[in-house]
Each structure stands twice: as structure tokens, then as C-alpha cells.
Write a new protein. Structure first.
Length: 514
């Protein structure tokens, strides 16, 4: 592509017209079209620069090599800028920075990086155009049709380009087998695990979440080195298998349609029967104490898995007598949950994982400012409310609000697994509809709709929840996993109930979509 663009030169001469030529991944400029044969005045390699859309000027775009050079450019109109953006973004995405694939199945990290950069560019451009349409529509009565037509003229091409880039990203993600191979080791959270001392039981001051839902009140330290069947806690051994009878699910054709249910419309896991089921299984175990020892050993055998070997879990979280939640223990349990995004699909769920980790970091930073005063999550939030800081986007109050919603999404997804949902994409969509979807705008919903198509199969996901070196298939493993998962979901539900009540009582909920 080639044509005239205005280039910022200096404060004396300001914007000057230059002839630009985009060829083979290089953008070169000349003083005029007639001087092309005399050599360029300057050039920039698209593979190493960032393309930024100006936030207020609809005709301007910036090309930046961090720490080196900047090209500030202006087109004659928004339509011309759109054409240059598409061409520049395509040129940037098509380059691999000179690196060659080592094999036919390997996807270069540079391809993923540049494609994500292109996607971000089109997303920013799309949001800017939507904002322009919104501004014109709300400017007053009557609406200026000429301005409205001008604002909406580029929405169609931008949406087409955005969707096309999303499809390219998904093709790249699907081409990379490293993210969903069942035999590949999945690393734990990038944050260092906090080794907590076993909390002392104080009957008058605190209680454990697991005490309310498990027949055994004793907590246990669960580490990878201490996960053998002989060393597992009585609480883990008290849980028996869930029914895994296949059930038929109906897929909704619309994102806004009711969430699908199982054929008999009676989920295997629900809030009402969770506690009773655990107590019934405990009673069944007690009835075996005088029975055949060999048969009892077979039932008691527990296979270590992702939930039973967490260094810190919501099942072990100690609550104050008034329901206060320890900040350190809460953040530690959240960090131990982060690797589940890698098991779903590290590439597709990277934005969700980064947002989750970012909220952990914000809460940790706020807590570090005054650890002695911020004993619980509730006291920290109320301190921000008193200081009128709770509406700031970087506040711990907002971070905890989105953390709560993210945890609700994970919990709803695990409930779908417990209810024997075979289609992981449908399970994720159902969980998303009941948790995050009401608070997301249409752009984020579209990104999520594409991400769920890259999920592994249910069998692959189940195998990734096994502990490396331990049994990862068979009835015993499935029973142990489902039992521990149910206990985890129940304990997490109690934490979320406390936080939901706290935010509702203090009118801290913000339902404005992002």
C-alpha cells in the first residue's frame, strides 16, 4: 500500500505531507512521490513496532518502537486511516521477525505475539468507533444524521476485520498442541506459594469452612509430598463417589437463552443436598467399620488429585466468629487455584487468568500498606469505604468484587462437571452465563465465545487434574476426584455467600458492564 500521510516533523514545521510506501513488512517514507527513486528519508520495520490508535483524533495513528523512535501520522479522513491500520496490522501479523519454525507442528511465539497485538489494535479501534456512535446518538434531539452516518460507516469493516483476526488467533491456538496435551506437565501458579502455619482452632473466635460441611472437623496439611493414601486426612477419606451416569444435555442456540439442564432436570450436585450427601456418605462408611476389611480398604482408597494436594484451599480457610475472612489465607487459596486456567487452556483463557492474578496483586498491595489493621477482607474494604476510595478502579474493593465474580465462574464450571456435563464448551458457557456474562459488554462476550471453542475434551481436562506420577484414570481416580471437587465447591460456596452478603448490605455492588 502507498499514499500520502501527514507526518509530525518538529515544532517549527509541524505536520508535513510525506509519501509512504508499505512493502514487504517495511514502512518507508519519502518527501514526495517523485522522489521515490532517490531513496527514502526513513523507514520502520512493522515486526518490531507498536501500532497505537489515538484516543481523540480519529485521523491519527502512532507507530512506536519503545525506547527508540516514534512515527506520528495523520490521514486525511477516518476512512483512510482505517485502510492504513488494516494494512499495517496485517503486515505486522504476517511477519515472524525472521525466525523459522523448527517443525511443521510448532507455532512460533512471535506469531502469537504479533497476532495478539493486531487483535488489540482492532479492539481499540472498534471501541473508539462505538464510542463515537454513542456520543452522536446522545448529543441531543434531533440526531445529526450526517454525523451518525459518518460515525457508523466504518463499524462494519472494523467488525469484519476484528472477527477475522479472532479466527486467525484461534487457528494459531489450535495449531499449538502444547497447551492441551494430556501428558504435558502443567506448571503451578507463577506466584510463590505461601507456606502457612496450621491455624490454631479457637472455638470462641473462629471456625473452619470445612467444619460446616464435613463430618470430620480436623483440617489437614495437603502437599504433594504428603498425598499418599495413607497420609490423607479423615475428611478426604470420608467422601465417597458421585454418580457418573451419562445424562443428555440440550444446547441453547442463543447466549441469552436459559442455561441447559440435564435430561431428568435434577442435577447431581446442588446447594440443598450437598451437605446431606456428605453426611450420608459418612454414615455409610461408619456402617462398614465392622464389615469386611478388604472391602473397606477398597472404598477408603483415595487417589491424590489437583484439589486434594493444594497447599492452601478454601476448605481449610479459617473464619472469624463474625464471618471475617483472613486476607492472607484467602489470597493463598486463590493463588493455588490459578493453575486451573492452564488446565482449561492456557492460551484461550490467558485474559481471564491475567485479570484474576491482577486482582490478587491489587488486594495484596493494599494489604501490605497496613497488615496489622487489615485483619480481614471486610475490614480492609470498610476502610476504603470510610476514605471514599472504594469506587476507584485500582481499589481493593473493586478488585475483590471482580475476584468474587471470577471465583463464582470457576465454581459454576465445577458444578457443571459434577453434574456430568460432557461438553466442556457448553459447561463453560453455562457457568459464564450465571456469573460473569451480566457484567461484560458485547466485545468481551464475543472474545469469550471464541475462547470456549478452544477448550479440551472432558476426558483430557479430567486427566490434567491428576497429580504427576499418580493414577490419572479409572473408577477409583474419578471417584476420588469428584468427591474432593464437591467438597471444594461447597467450601467455596460458603466463602462467596459471605462476600455476596457483605457487598449487598454495604451497597458495594456495581453492575455496570465493562
Amino acid at each position: 500500500m502507498e499514499g500520502v500521510l501527514l507526518k509530525w516533523t518538529n515544532y517549527l514545521t509541524g505536520w508535513q505531507p510525506r509519501w509512504f510506501v508499505l512493502d514487504n513488512g517495511n514502512l518507508s517514507y519519502y518527501k514526495s512521490e517523485e522522489e521515490v527513486n532517490l531513496g527514502c528519508k526513513g523507514s520502520i520495520r512493522m515486526a518490531v513496532c507498536d501500532i497505537n490508535v489515538h484516543s481523540t483524533d480519529k485521523c491519527r495513528l502512532d507507530l512506536i518502537i519503545p525506547g527508540e523512535s516514534h512515527f506520528y501520522l495523520r490521514a486525511s479522513n477516518p476512512q483512510e486511516r482505517q485502510q492504513w491500520l488494516v494494512s499495517l496490522g496485517t503486515a505486522k501479523a504476517s511477519l515472524t521477525n525472521g525466525r523459522i519454525k523448527k517443525s511443521a507442528d510448532e507455532v512460533s511465539p512471535d506469531i502469537i505475539k504479533t497476532k495478539k497485538s493486531e487483535l488489540r489494535l482492532y479492539c481499540d479501534l472498534l471501541m473508539q468507533q462505538v464510542h463515537s456512535v454513542k456520543s452522536v446518538a446522545q448529543s441531543g434531539n434531533p440526531v445529526d444524521l450526517e454525523k451518525l452516518n459518518e460515525a457508523t460507516s466504518l463499524l462494519g469493516p472494523t467488525c469484519d476485520t476484528f472477527i477475522s483476526t479472532l479466527e486467525d488467533c484461534m487457528k494459531i491456538a489450535n495449531a499449538s498442541k502444547a497447551y492441551d496435551s494430556p501428558h504435558q506437565h502443567i506448571s503451578d501458579s507463577p506466584f510463590p506459594m505461601i507456606k502457612l502455619k496450621p491455624p490454631q482452632k479457637k472455638d470462641s473466635r473462629s471456625y473452619s469452612v470445612s467444619d460446616k460441611y464435613s463430618p470430620t472437623a480436623s483440617s489437614r496439611r495437603r502437599t504433594l509430598s504428603d498425598s499418599s493414601p495413607e497420609k490423607l486426612s479423615p475428611r478426604s477419606r470420608s467422601a465417597m463417589s458421585l454418580s457418573t451416569q451419562p445424562q443428555v444435555n440440550e444446547m441453547s442456540e442463543s447466549d441469552d437463552a436459559p442455561v441447559s439442564k440435564t435430561a431428568d432436570d435434577k442435577p447431581l450436585f446442588s446447594e440443598e443436598n450437598s451437605s446431606n450427601e456428605i453426611l450420608k456418605r459418612s454414615a455409610s462408611l461408619k456402617s462398614l467399620e465392622n464389615g469386611d476389611e478388604e472391602f473397606k480398604d477398597a472404598i477408603d482408597e483415595k487417589i491424590p488429585n489437583f484439589f486434594s494436594t493444594m497447599q492452601s484451599s478454601f476448605m481449610d480457610l479459617q473464619l472469624e466468629a463474625d464471618g471475617g475472612i483472613s486476607i492472607e489465607h484467602f489470597l493463598s487459596a486463590c493463588r493455588c487455584l490459578v493453575p486451573i486456567f492452564d488446565k482449561l487452556n492456557g492460551t484461550a483463557f490467558a485474559p481471564v487468568k491475567m485479570d484474576f492474578q491482577g486482582n490478587i496483586r491489587k488486594i495484596q498491595q493494599k494489604y501490605s500498606t497496613n497488615p496489622s489493621s487489615f485483619t480481614t477482607l471486610q475490614t480492609m474494604v470498610l476502610t476504603e469505604v470510610d476514605c471514599k476510595h472504594h469506587r476507584i478502579s485500582s481499589s481493593a474493593t473493586v478488585a475483590l468484587l471482580w475476584m468474587k465474580r471470577g471465583l463464582q465462574f470457576i465454581r459454576e464450571f465445577l458444578k457443571e462437571i459434577l453434574n456430568n456435563q460432557q461438553d466442556l464448551s457448553l459447561a463453560t458457557s453455562n457457568a459464564y452465563s450465571r456469573s460473569l456474562k451480566p457484567f461484560h459488554g458485547w466485545v468481551v462476550r464475543g472474545v469469550f465465545a471464541v475462547a470456549v471453542k478452544a477448550l479440551p475434551s472432558r476426558d483430557v481436562f479430567i486427566s490434567l487434574l491428576a497429580v504427576p506420577g499418580e493414577k490419572s484414570e479409572g473408577t477409583d481416580f474419578l471417584h476420588s476426584l469428584m468427591s474432593d471437587m464437591e467438597n471444594y465447591v461447597t467450601a467455596l460456596g460458603e466463602i462467596l455467600r459471605i462476600l455476596d452478603d457483605f457487598y449487598r448490605v454495604n451497597t458495594l455492588e456495581n453492575e455496570e458492564p465493562v
